[in-house]
Write a new protein. Structure first.
Length: 288
């Protein structure tokens, strides 16, 4: 399979479309050395990006959390995403917008004088966890914990915050798992490496309070779906020992969509009716 740097197509960069293989940056780009980068992962269904504007607004918010300003408005980003889909002939696709501090006169930790860059790419991407939607994903338990919001801008979708997620997922895959569940710095259940997590107990839903990790757009959508179904949702701190009492579990995220979980460490969950209903309902919602 060709690498992501060796494909046909177009990538939008700083206001113009570039050939895919020519969409490059200099080796002394600040973001490469100091993680001064934010991004969005989005999905287009039937030519329409689900919650597109919310993603563009969050990209601006994340940049502000990293103390830089994107030189394109939300409306301009919205137009650029559509331009990318059209240029690549895509209607169902994953869309990645990324903004970063580029190469410039600063090459230390400080980089206020460096230009801010923006790029948008799109490609076809199937189910993030393969056939897990049918039998439930298998998760490891990560040794890494989501940090305190006093140590990182935890509500930004910033590239640097995914470093421990990569480490966690590599360790999980080495054990034959699809992903890893992470605790937070206090020992509460937090999230998976790139998705929020939900549990079901006696017909009610419990999900970690997003006070030190990203409150995902898919997470918010699913909570709305549950409320429409008059299912009680508890957003709260969840202790590790509670895992054995939950009957169902699922993950939510733009890439993951809604994916049932069958196992976390030594704990097993059924791919039950509520998990299936939410997964199927979400698939219908994003295509309306």
């Amino acid at each position: 399979m060709a690498g992501y740097d060796d494909r046909d197509g177009k990538i939008w960069m700083d206001g113009t479309l570039a050939d895919w293989r020519d969409a490059n940056v200099h080796i002394l780009t600040h973001a490469l050395h100091y993680a001064s980068s934010v991004f969005e992962g989005e999905r287009a269904y039937n030519g329409k990006i689900f919650k597109s504007r919310e993603h563009s607004e969050r990209l601006h918010y994340s940049a502000g959390q990293l103390d830089f300003e994107i030189p394109f408005t939300v409306d301009e980003i919205e137009a650029a995403k559509q331009e990318v889909l059209h240029a690549n002939g895509l209607t169902d696709a994953y869309v990645r917008a990324v903004a970063w501090r580029g190469a410039g006169p600063d090459m230390g930790v400080a980089s206020a004088a460096n230009p801010v860059r923006l790029a948008i790419a799109a490609w076809e991407w199937g189910a993030y966890y393969g056939d897990a939607k049918m039998k439930g994903a298998k998760l490891d338990v990560s040794k890494w914990k989501r940090p305190s919001p006093e140590t990182i801008p935890s509500h930004a979708k910033a590239a640097g915050l995914y470093m421990i997620c990569t480490l966690s997922k590599h360790a999980a895959e080495a054990k034959g798992c699809s992903d890893a569940m992470m605790f937070d710095y206090r020992g509460y259940v937090a999230e998976a490496t790139g998705a929020n997590i939900f549990f079901v107990k006696d017909g009610e839903v419990h999900t970690p309070k997003p006070d030190c990790f990203l409150n995902g757009l898919t997470r918010q959508t699913v909570i709305g779906m549950l409320e429409e179904r008059q299912v009680k949702v508890h957003e709260r701190h969840i202790m590790p020992e509670e895992l054995e009492s939950f009957q169902q579990c699922w993950l939510t995220g733009t890439a993951a969509e809604v994916t049932p979980v069958g196992q976390i460490g030594n704990y097993n969950f059924e791919v039950g009716s509520l998990a299936r209903d939410i997964a199927e309902g979400y698939e219908q919602l994003v295509r309306t």
